[in-house]
Design a protein around this ligand. Structure first.
Ligand SMILES: [Fe+2]
Length: 304
């Protein structure tokens, strides 16, 4: 199925960090283009990834359940419960959200980060986000503090990391076969990036793994601007719902194990409510600044 649709809601009408539910669910092969710009929004392929490729090291599945506090709008507006998650063993726990002067803020009424009051009455020194189960593995581009590198977990778990390579190269080959122009733009950047920080035999540097993470509306940051993100699911339990949705078009996609979704990560997306547990998602992409590892602050030395 090929769809050319106009946006039902513009970006200005969709508040980032909010949760949405859409009933219009796509469950078959489908390419969606924006009717006016003719830009590809997503390409969905049902049941094309062999099941055995999901047979990865269990350590990766375990890692995907670990908490992260840096997922921005995707983690939704801060709530006391969201801030408490993963901090159950803290001596002083967050009691409620507040502004920097300690005035109480109702749950969900703040942005994705908030100050909070501890049980003992102190006000937090830093703003915090909800904890969600989301981790990145593979390479990362340089930032204000660090040079290009493999993520800490990846560097310390290379054998486990290698167990994803059959899946990631299979997905990259599918990406090339379905959307070769975007793949080639992306490959221009990939081939000019340091090999040691890329996922080998693919077009990606980085894999984000999430476990039962219902995202609020957000756009991904730091991804290759001319490329696409590849998305699939590993089934690790019993669950339903959680469809990946595109609020501008008011529809969602039922991605299951074996399916591949290629999508533009700079178009707003979110998830429907998830019931049950064990929905592990794989988000494969190339970091946009991966080819800038040899420049600027924290530049790596170029090999001879
Ligand atoms: Fe995203």
């Amino acid at each position: 199925m090929e769809l050319y649709l106009s946006e039902k809601k513009t970006d200005e009408q969709i508040k980032l960090g909010e949760y949405f539910t859409f009933d219009h669910i796509i469950n078959e092969d489908c390419d969606l283009y924006n009717k006016e710009s003719e830009e590809l929004i997503f390409s969905f392929k049902k049941g094309i990834i062999p099941k055995e490729l999901y047979d990865i090291d269990p350590k990766i599945v375990k890692h995907s359940k670990e908490g992260s506090v840096n997922r921005g709008n995707a983690a939704g507006s801060a709530t006391t419960e969201g801030l408490l998650r993963g901090k159950e063993n803290w001596k002083a726990k967050p009691k409620y959200l507040c502004d920097k002067d300690g005035n109480k803020i109702e749950d969900g009424k703040s942005s994705h980060t908030s100050y909070f009051k501890y049980e003992d009455g102190r006000i937090s020194k830093r703003m915090r986000s909800n904890t969600v189960s989301s981790q990145s593995i593979g390479g990362f581009s340089r930032n204000a503090n660090l040079p290009c590198r493999l993520t800490y977990w990846t560097k310390n778990n290379l054998k486990s990391y290698e167990s994803i390579f059959p899946l990631t190269s299979y997905i990259s080959d599918l990406y090339f076969s379905y959307v070769p122009d975007k793949w080639l733009y992306q490959f221009d950047k990939y081939k000019n990036s340091p090999e040691e920080y890329l996922i080998p035999d693919t077009n990606f540097s980085t894999l984000t793994i999430n476990q039962d993470f219902r995202t609020a509306s957000h756009k991904d940051k730091g991804d290759c601007k001319t490329g696409l993100t590849c998305f699939t699911i590993k089934n690790c339990g019993e669950w339903s719902g959680g469809e990946l949705c595109f609020p501008n078009y008011e529809l969602g996609i039922n991605v299951e194990e074996g399916d591949l979704l290629l999508f533009n990560p700079h178009v707003t997306h979110s998830n429907n409510k998830l019931k049950g547990t064990g929905r592990m998602s794989f988000v494969l992409y190339l970091r946009d600044k991966m080819d800038k590892c040899y420049e600027g602050k924290h530049a790596l030395e170029k090999p001879n």
